[in-house]
Ligand binder design. Structure first.
Ligand code: ZN
Length: 411
């Protein structure tokens, strides 16, 4: 089976979010990315100011908006824009993912303190979270469902419960990666996108089956409010990426120097800024992505940097090949947390290797035949000069690495 690739970046038409390659061989993601260089972003920011204006709570009786945050990704930048550039008073909300690293805990505490914001945490009981994780891992090869569901539903529930109708998100992944929409469409948060893409087509009710011990009692907290409730409360979620020229690398570097955002290196990618709050995202979760889809996060990072002109296509391919087959780290923590054996973990993971991208040599050996293997097979090894600031490390010498369920952050 032949895979069609974009001539500019390293994505293929197999991208799970859906990607179109035009007659010139350029993908929809690259075409939409061009907008970053020709739209009038000053004007777009003015538009954003007009959009948020009616939500300003002049009487100071409630928050102006909700901002979902974590101890990583674009959280610092989003809060920085909302608070310092738009002058809004946000309520930060965060879903406890349980796979927290010390860096993530510190980053979140530092964000709250430096930007002086109120925050609420949602801690779902760990027994239910483990039951759901066990089930979605076994049946769908996904250990991240509760986190993706929690992070996308908790802000919406809070908007309804506390009557704060405006939710402000960072970038829209469908726009950033595959150019699903133009920035000019100004798409907003929808139940549909969450279900189709964030939750791989499984809402809370779809997870329950009659054959296991998972019940509605474990899942009700992950229920998205009904359309009727959302409409009655005028809840809307906007994406800053439609109004600000979104450049995660540059933005993170600004946050490092302004607020001391902590970064770290990973075995499976060259980007030191994303996902530093989680032991599993760039490890087990990313390895499952490679098994199922034939590419992993390092490809997303390389495509992004190619589009910004900071990597050539060859350099990107080199970086992908260098990282994508590296073993996931910290799997032992996951085994302990979920109460399973390594053999069981590998057995389940192997079941999700997509035969389009993996050749089985023998029951214990597989050969990778994914995206990167069918491009420029005889390229010359090129080392890129791209630099990421690494100001910390996961591997603490003094203490054993372990998930931090609840952490204070800075002493
Ligand atoms: Zn492309």
């Amino acid at each position: 089976m032949k895979i069609n690739f974009c001539k500019r970046c390293l994505y293929s038409s197999d991208h799970p979010l859906g990607l179109i390659i035009n007659d010139d061989g350029i993908c929809s993601g690259c075409k939409i990315h061009e907008e970053k260089d020709y739209l009038d972003w000053d004007e777009r920011f003015k538009k954003l100011e007009l959009i948020v204006k009616p939500y300003r709570n002049i009487k100071a009786e409630n928050y102006d908006c909700i901002v979902p945050v974590t101890g990583a990704n674009d959280s610092y930048y989003i809060v920085h824009i909302v608070k310092n550039k738009l002058g809004l008073n946000p309520l930060l909300v965060t879903y406890n993912k349980y796979f927290n690293t010390p860096l993530g805990i510190k980053n979140l505490a530092n964000l709250r303190i430096q930007l002086n914001c109120d925050i609420i945490y949602q801690n779902i009981n760990p027994i239910s979270v483990k039951k759901i994780t066990r089930k979605t891992f076994r049946e769908h090869g996904n250990i991240y469902w509760p986190i993706l569901a929690g992070q996308t539903v908790f802000p919406v529930q809070t908007a309804v419960n506390l009557k704060i109708p405006l939710i402000i998100w960072g970038a829209h992944q469908g726009i950033e990666q595959v150019g699903m929409f133009s920035h000019m469409h100004e798409v907003e948060m929808t139940r549909r996108y969450r279900k189709d893409h964030d939750l791989f087509n499984h809402e809370a009710n779809d997870i329950i089956s009659i054959h296991d011990d998972l019940t509605k009692r474990d899942l009700w907290q992950y229920q998205y409010p009904t359309d009727k409730v959302l409409k009655a409360n005028n809840v809307r979620g906007i994406y800053l990426g439609n109004y600000i020229r979104w450049d995660p690398k540059a933005q993170h570097e600004e946050m490092i120097s302004k607020y001391g955002y902590l970064t770290s290196s990973f075995a499976r990618t060259f980007d030191c800024y994303d996902y530093v709050d989680c032991y599993n995202y760039m490890n087990l979760h990313d390895t499952l992505k490679l098994y199922k889809h034939g590419y992993s996060k390092v490809t997303d990072h390389a495509c992004r940097e190619i589009r910004f002109g900071r990597l050539t296509r060859e350099e990107g391919l080199h970086l992908i090949k260098k990282h994508e087959l590296n073993d996931p780290e910290f799997s032992n923590l996951f085994l302990k947390w979920l109460g399973i054996e390594e053999k069981g973990l590998n057995f389940i993971m192997d079941q999700f290797r997509n035969e389009k991208y993996w050749n089985k040599i023998n029951p214990r050996k597989w050969e990778f035949n994914g995206w990167s293997r069918s491009q420029n097979p005889d390229y010359n090894k090129k080392i890129s000069k791209i630099k990421f600031v690494k100001n910390n490390n996961f591997k603490y010498k003094e203490i054993e690495n372990k998930y931090i369920t609840i952490g204070k952050g800075w002493p």
